[in-house]
Design a protein around this ligand. Structure first.
Ligand SMILES: NC(=O)c1ccc[n+]([C@@H]2O[C@H](COP(=O)([O-])OP(=O)(O)OC[C@H]3O[C@@H](n4cnc5c(N)ncnc54)[C@H](OP(=O)(O)O)[C@@H]3O)[C@@H](O)[C@H]2O)c1
Length: 367
């Protein structure tokens, strides 16, 4: 049977405790030290993935355990060493491709250094992450009656691997878009690339707090280790696709802003039913889109560095969605702050969005 491996790591202390209950109540500094000492290891054997074409595959989750802030703050060599060692375990297990989950593809040069040190190809899973985030955004916009072509759209983290290709594809579908990031020169470069291929009116800004309240639709995909979009920043009736892991949107939004819809980008129903033999916090039978990309490439026996680096190809986003359709991978509904989005939520946000259009005060909702 064809075989893949996928690297995982905890996103926050809740994940660490789910993984290792004895970590509950321990000081964060101690937990971080424990993670530094923890060698890469196999977390689970994944079975039961069966394409609607009838083909079956298997895989492994391998832990390269650091928290997101450790991936960013620890010496690059130390972080890469753990990721590469985890990749070598994948090779020993007979995996023919390695998916880099979460920050294992964000660190350094977005996977190239890892790929150079392994014999098997490596993918970040970002093409399918983008495909499913965009699919979810258009689906949700329809549900709340938002006309994407006339809405004001913002992409946060627009210089990144996911953000930049999201922006490039979106530019073909909307009239105007704001690219938000931290580095003006890098943002201008992405904007220039988009302008060459579309007539979309692109603006760029490093002023996140100033730009977010203006946006009707936001796709956010930053590598910030903490929440950067808070409940006081969001416009009434807004739709936010939060692709980032850990999430960019503050959890308090769930309680304080019933007038907006925030959903997690990239939750996929995997055909089978699969048994991941590990609780990574998603409903049974579902995975993140980046994991699903590695599965799709294995089903197709496309053992190549499909999504690597920060210049992803829009054509690959289209192609991986075609592979998903062929093998029966679908968007698993929408999830918001760990819960499925209900039809009542869609209706409620839709009402706020409609009322807002009649109101001159665009930030009319007061928590
Ligand atoms: N949901 C899924 O299935 C899935 C799959 C894969 C990855 N992800 C997540 O998606 C996110 C992005 O991944 P990526 O591969 O695109 O990463 P990336 O290439 O490193 O891009 C991250 C972007 O975030 C920007 N950024 C970082 N901190 C910021 C801040 N405080 N404010 C504004 N912008 C900030 C960076 O901007 P600068 O130009 O300033 O550096 C960069 O453009 C990560 O959180 C990753 O874990 C999710």
């Amino acid at each position: 049977m064809e075989r893949f491996a996928f690297l995982i790591h905890p996103l926050d202390m809740r994940d660490v405790v789910r993984w290792e209950p004895r970590a509950a109540g321990k000081r964060p500094e101690l937990v971080k030290k424990m993670l530094e000492w923890m060698p890469p290891h196999v977390t689970s054997h994944i079975t039961g993935i069966k394409s609607i074409t009838g083909k079956e595959i298997e895989g492994y989750f391998i832990a390269a355990a650091f928290l997101p802030e450790q991936f960013i703050s620890l010496p690059k060599e130390q972080v890469l060493d753990k990721i590469i060692k985890a990749g070598k375990i994948a090779e020993e297990l007979g995996a023919k491709i390695l998916g880099l989950g979460g920050f294992t593809s964000v660190v350094g040069d977005a996977g190239h250094a890892v790929a150079q040190n392994l014999k098997i190809p490596v993918t970040s899973g970002n093409s399918y992450t983008v495909a499913s985030a965009l699919e979810g955004t258009f689906f949700a916009a329809k549900k709340i009656g938002l006309d994407m072509s006339s809405s004001s759209i913002a992409v946060v983290g627009a210089t990144g691997a996911i953000g930049s290709v999201c922006a490039r594809i979106m530019a073909q579908k909307v009239h105007a878009m704001t690219l938000i990031g931290r580095n003006q020169a890098r943002l201008d470069k992405v904007a220039e690339l988009i302008r060459r291929k579309s007539s979309c009116n692109i603006t760029t800004t490093v002023d996140l707090r100033g730009a977010i309240p203006e946006a009707d639709v936001i796709i956010t995909a930053t590598s910030a280790p903490e929440e950067i979009i808070t409940s006081d920043m969001i416009k009434t009736g807004a739709l936010i696709c939060d692709v980032a892991l850990p999430h960019d949107v503050g959890r308090e939004v769930a309680q304080q802003r019933p007038d907006v819809l925030v959903f997690e980008g990239g939750v996929i129903r995997v055909p089978g039913p699969p048994d991941f033999n590990y609780d990574f916090g998603y409903p049974p039978g579902t995975s993140l889109a980046c994991m699903a990309e590695t599965m799709l490439l294995t089903l197709e026996e496309r053992y190549e560095p499909y999504s690597l680096g920060r210049r992803l190809k829009p054509e690959r986003v289209v192609e991986i969605k075609e592979m998903a359709d062929k093998h029966g991978f679908t968007l698993a509904g929408l999830r918001s702050f760990d819960q499925p989005v209900t039809s009542e939520q869609f209706d409620r946000v839709s009402r706020y969005a409609r009322n807002k259009k009649q109101s001159p005060d665009r930030l009319s909702f007061k928590p």
